[in-house]
Design a protein around this ligand. Structure first.
Ligand SMILES: [Zn+2]
Ligand SMILES: [Zn+2]
Length: 441
């Protein structure tokens, strides 16, 4: 063995030791912080707020960040809170949590279940529940920051924290970006977030390099007809028949027009038309959700939707000035495209603290997350959103034996394994930050 090789080996072994020591320190410190984070989580779980109404939640998050020592800006682009913590010269790492809950009644039977009611956007009273784990996200982030402050000697650089409003309705990230996030605050070198995943056991995380969460476009269609008495179809043009044909023809976009290797979803989620059995209505309304990964493909899918609507209507004899209105809504969620280099780094850091066997490579999903927007601004910030396993492993095994799955996100029965999920989240996120902001030794 030549001397150069021996030197490399020594550096390698020393590095493992140093990394191992960092993980030991994190684990030791997390013992102090995880109970605090769990208590915070229970409090947040009992006090959920709907999207754009995160008034108390954002105040609480601002207070937590101030207590930790961050410089806090409140009400940034709505209810979002931005926190900055400088610790010497080094890169900038952004960590983001969402804060909003969902309009649904909790049925978990937990002793800290939510009994909160609130008014939704239409003014109707509705129960509210943290059924998407954003309570855990806020708590893990708080626990991570508390751990990082206790281990300040282990890293150098700037932490930039976003407690973001309105993830569920996909406006929150846009609001903070449009309020000047990357001009009023430093442009991050890396941005990370995480989301609980009941399909994965607590203690594990799931990583996807590249396309991770799908983009969403919502389309509203109004199909016009010529209404009249249901007994005189020959005097009418029935928009219910045209709409039915459109719904079936839309199914051929994915099955016949796009490559089977391209992930695309076309779902007609609502169809409304008519009032009585004996009246042919004047119009029928359809609402669609489209899911995609490629910006080029989604434009072609939208062209197909428009073409199918136009010709179905013309075929029924509708004149050119009464063809369907096809409106693509301006609020949209782009795909989350995880930076491959960053996800590889996270893979290494996470494996080192929770073990390689607990860092799973998972498939992309067709659900959406508005975190992707932070990676698509002109600043081209490398982003990574990882899954945080949240189901009790024994419960998962029991369910698997019976051929069942745990309650999914947005279920009134969603019951994460809070303690282990929170500890794992703090371990992994703290290790990631320290890895990215490694202090010079
Ligand atoms: Zn959600
Ligand atoms: Zn969510």
């Amino acid at each position: 063995m030549n001397s150069q090789l021996i030197l490399l080996l020594i550096v390698f072994i020393l590095n493992i030791n140093v990394n191992g020591q960092v993980s030991d320190k994190i684990k030791k410190e997390t013992k102090n912080q995880s109970l605090y984070a769990l208590d915070l989580c229970k409090y947040l779980h009992q006090h959920p707020e709907l999207s754009l109404k995160e008034f108390q939640t954002s105040k609480r998050m601002a207070a937590e960040l101030k207590k930790i020592g961050l410089e806090v800006t409140e009400n940034f682009g709505g209810n979002s809170v931005i926190g900055i913590l400088k610790n010497g010269v080094g890169p900038v790492v952004m960590l983001r949590t969402d804060m909003d809950a969902l309009p649904m009644e909790e049925k978990t039977g937990l002793d800290f279940a939510s009994v909160i009611k609130s008014k939704d956007a239409s003014g109707k009273e509705t129960p509210v529940m943290h059924a998407c784990g954003h309570d855990i996200h806020m708590s893990v982030l708080t626990g991570t920051l508390r751990t990082l402050v206790a281990l300040k000697k282990e890293w150098k650089g700037t932490l930039m924290v976003i407690a973001q409003q309105a993830e569920e309705i996909s406006g929150g990230a846009t609001n903070t970006i449009e309020a000047g996030l990357f001009s009023k605050f430093p442009v991050p070198d890396y941005a990370m977030a995480f989301h609980i995943n009941p399909e994965l056991a607590s203690g594990k995380i799931g990583l996807v390099g590249g396309s991770a969460f799908a983009g969403v476009k919502t389309v509203e269609i109004v199909v016009y007809g010529k209404g009249g008495h249901g007994a005189y179809p020959e005097k009418c043009i029935d928009p219910i028949v045209i709409a039915s044909r459109i719904v079936l023809d839309l199914q051929t976009i994915v099955s016949r027009e796009r490559s089977p290797l391209e992930p695309i979803v076309v779902t007609v989620g609502s169809i409304h038309g008519g009032t009585r059995p004996n009246i042919i209505p004047d119009e029928v309304k359809l609402e669609l959700t489209l899911r995609y990964y490629s910006f080029e493909t989604i434009e072609k899918v939208i062209e197909s939707v428009k073409r199918i609507c136009k010709f179905a209507s013309q075929m029924a004899g509708m004149p050119d000035n009464q063809l369907p209105d096809v409106k693509v809504l301006p609020v949209e969620t782009p795909p989350v495209l995880n930076n491959i280099e960053l996800s590889k780094k996270i893979d290494g850091f996470a494996s080192e603290i929770i073990g390689t066997q607990n860092v799973l490579k998972v498939n992309p999903t067709m659900v959406a997350e508005d975190f992707g927007k932070y990676g698509l601004t002109p600043e081209k910030v490398p982003i990574c959103l990882l899954w945080l396993g949240s189901s009790n492993p024994e419960l998962l095994q029991e369910l698997e034996k019976k051929g069942e799955r745990p309650a999914p996100l947005h279920s009134p029965y969603l019951k994460p394994d809070y303690a282990t999920t929170i500890v794992t989240g703090i371990h992994v996120m703290t290790r990631n930050v320290i890895g990215l902001l490694k202090a010079d030794k």
